[in-house]
Design a protein around this ligand. Sequence first.
Ligand code: ZN
Length: 133
Amino acid sequence: MAEMVKTRIRKNDIVQIVAGSGSGLVKSDTTADRGKRGKVLEVDRAKNRAKVQGLKMVFRHLRQSKDPQKPGGGRVEKEAFIALPNLMLVCPKCDEATRTGVRLEKQERTGGKIKTQRIRVCKKCGGDIAVRD
Ligand SMILES: [Zn+2]
């Protein structure tokens, strides 16, 4: 039984879809995109899900509109939300989908104040995984 790991996925992270490899509790509606990677566009913490660029694309059908600003009907491809447990962070150093740990790093600020930063660490290669803003 896999342990529950608190997801630390943030916006702009590169993630991989791992649907189906988990506990089976997660509805795997992402099977078609399994193994694919993309950049996180948006994280919805409240609902534990995220949108990933180019993954789990859905078509939204548009109605014909009289508004000249929005001509035509047709369909538009958009990203749909993916449950966070179906996503795994890709380590920028070893290029593997990995679980992350956290390393505490104390930084001395000017004035002698010590600030502790939580830095995500790849459990495979031990490298830091920086948050990209
Ligand atoms: Zn790594």
